[in-house]
Every structure is written in C-alpha cells, then in structure tokens.
Design a protein around this ligand. Structure first.
Ligand SMILES: Cc1cc2nc3c(=O)[nH]c(=O)nc-3n(C[C@H](O)[C@H](O)[C@H](O)COP(=O)(O)O)c2cc1C
Length: 342
C-alpha cells in the first residue's frame, strides 16, 4: 500500500467529501514534484491519436474533478494523457444545496448531485488563458439553451485542444425535461458552423433496453452531426437519501461492467469510425485494457483518482505498457479487438 492509501486517504476520508476535495485542490496549487508523484510511464506503445490530437498515453482525467480549470497544469504534470476542465456553463453556477457528494467506500463508489457548480465561461476562459499547458487539455461544456452553449463554446474553445459537450449530467433538469435528440442535433448543427477544434459528445450510460435505444440514437446523431469522439459514459442516476436532492449520479467501481458494455455497443453501433473514451469505474490497468479491447481509444478516471490517489497514473500507464510490450502491441492495435465478429 503506497503513502496515499496508507496516510493521505485516511486523512482526506475523515473529512466530508467536498472538504477533502478542497484540500486536494489546495495541494495541487503547491509547487510539488507532480511529475514524480504521478510517476507516469512513458512508452511509445501507449501513444494514441484522438481526433487528430497526439496523446502520450490513453489515460485521461475525466470532467468534474477540476471544475474551475485552475489546476489543469498540475494535473497535466501528473502525467495524464489529457485533462478535462469543467463542466463550464455560460453563467456562473453555485450548484445544488449541500450535501451533494457521498462516498460508498466499501464499493469504491460515490454518488454526487453537484449540479455543475462552476465559475462560468468568461472566468474559465481567463483562467485557461494564463495557465501553462502541461498536457493536451479539453473543456467540458453544457447548458440550458443552444445560445448559451454557443457562447460558452466561443469563450473557451481557443484555450483548449478540444471541447467535450456534456449532454448527460443527471443532476440538472435539462437532461430530463426535453427532447434530447432534437436538442443534440440543433447543438451540433450550430456548433458545426462555428467550431475549429474537435468536439466530443459525452453520452449517458444505459442499463435497460429502452435506455440503450436512447443512447444509441444520441450516438448516431452525434456521428451524423460531425462529432469527432464519444465519451461513454457519465454517472448513472440513482436514489440517494443522504443527498439534499434525494438522488444523484453514481460513479466508481459500481459502473465498470456497464462501462465496458456501453463502450462495446457504442463502438459497434458507430461502425468503429468514432473514437470512444471510456469513463466509469476504471481503477486498474486491467480495467483500462478491457475497455480498450472493448473499443475505447482512451479511458478517463475520476473516482479512481479519489480512491487510489495520484499514483493511479503510474499504475495504469505502467500496467498497460507492460502488457502491450509483452504482446508486442501498441494501444491502437488493440482498440476493439474484443468485439465479437459481426
Ligand atoms: C463529484 C463528481 C463531479 C462530476 N462532475 C462532472 C461534470 O461536471 N461534468 C461531467 O461531464 N462529468 C462529471 N462527473 C462524471 C465523471 O466525469 C465521470 O464520467 C464519472 O464519475 C464516471 O467515472 P469514474 O467512475 O471514474 O468516476 C462528475 C463525477 C463526480 C464523482
């Protein structure tokens, strides 16, 4: 057990989740040797291209960990292949009332109902503008109306390598109360006319047959609308009486099996033409490899960073590199190799 799991995690977990997160953010603001702390393994076998963006490895930091974008430089120094800031919205948002995150340590999972608190697109753009680039970085954006998304996109796009459109946050009403398919089509049409960087679409997870149909329809709309990659998936809406909202998005190990299935289905449904980023319960190199073999070009971590600490970057990159080397392969050569022949 490393120093994070034996010392830092017990201290952080003694605090409420949001207080622990603030401590972690403050640490990231310190000039610590982040490269050594993350310990990412560099190996040509790990290099991938995501929508034309060269990544040193396929392990990304998922949206929502750095909601202000202020620590993307330190997070990039940990050695992630890419980092995502946000989700940013047009106007600043305070999010839902607290408590809005609970841990489920026995299952290495969490449920959150943050409701997208963030400083707003103008402040985010100012932050990103002055922050050193230490890895490829993306901005996650979402909003109520098409116009708000367009304004947010216009403000942040110039400061990042790609934008991830979050159409899957379970903690805000707009995902539930409208025709998501028509809305995504409108968004992609309007953004298509304006954008100059790759655009990814982050889809919700599916468990039931009905949800599967909805998500595959969104994937098809994203593909037809010119999205360059899909992220599968976001958190899964579950009841949680300890949250102020009574329900929230489940993340962590509980999601993993579903993530692999979602990745495989979306990869197959889009004919393998769109890169897929796997998000949900990735904690180990074996998890990452399983997602890549199921069809993911990259994996993203959030809960894994909370439960395993910054060394997760080394564990994932080192484990993937070792396994690929022993088979004489590279990441691009194994993407989708576990897909059943059609
Ligand atoms: C506290 C918390 C806040 C999150 N905020 C966002 C967000 O703002 N935007 C987003 O797209 N996803 C957000 N997510 C979802 C993560 O990006 C990720 O998709 C999800 O947690 C599943 O991955 P994991 O099991 O590795 O955590 C959040 C997750 C958590 C736990």
């Amino acid at each position: 057990m490393g120093p994070y799991r034996s010392v830092a995690r017990p201290l952080l977990f003694a605090l409420p989740p949001e207080a622990a997160h603030r401590v972690a953010q403050r640490m990231l603001g310190l000039p610590l040797p982040w490269g050594r702390i993350g310990g990412a393994v560099r190996d040509d076998a790990l290099a991938v291209t995501l929508a034309g963006i060269e990544l040193r490895n396929p392990v990304g930091l998922a949206a929502g960990f750095d909601k202000t974008g202020r620590h993307l430089d330190a997070l990039g120094r940990l050695g992630f292949g890419y980092v995502i800031g946000g989700t940013f919205t047009d106007r600043p948002r305070t999010g839902n009332p607290k408590p809005r995150i609970v841990r489920i340590p026995e299952r290495s999972s969490m449920v959150n109902a943050m409701g997208l608190p963030n400083p707003g697109a103008e402040a985010a753009a100012r932050t990103l503008k002055k922050l050193p680039r230490t890895s490829p970085r993306f901005a996650s954006i979402a909003d109520q109306s098409v116009d708000e998304v367009l304004r947010t996109h216009a403000l942040v796009e110039g400061h990042v390598d790609a934008v991830e459109l979050n159409v899957s946050c379970p903690n805000v009403s707009w995902g539930r109360d409208r025709d998501n398919e028509a809305h995504l089509g409108d968004l992609l049409r309007e953004l298509g006319a304006r954008r100059s960087k790759p655009l990814f679409v982050k889809l919700p997870p599916f468990r039931s047959h009905v949800e599967r149909e909805v998500v595959l329809a969104l994937a098809a709309i994203a593909q037809a609308g010119g999205a360059e990659a899909l992220t599968c998936s976001n958190t899964q809406l579950v009841p949680e009486p300890r949250l102020s909202t009574g329900a929230g998005g489940l993340s962590g190990r509980d999601l993993f099996v579903g993530t692999m299935e979602n990745v495989a289905e979306v990869h197959r449904a889009t004919g393998g033409e769109l890169p897929v980023n796997a998000s949900g319960g990735v904690f180990s190199a074996a998890d990452a490899m399983a997602c890549i073999e199921a069809g993911a070009t990259t994996v993203q971590v959030y809960s894994g960073l909370i439960y395993r600490g910054p060394r997760i970057v080394r564990e994932l990159t080192g484990g993937l590199a070792g396994s690929l080397r022993s088979r004489g392969l590279s990441v691009p050569a194994v993407v989708g190799t576990a897909q059943p022949a059609t």
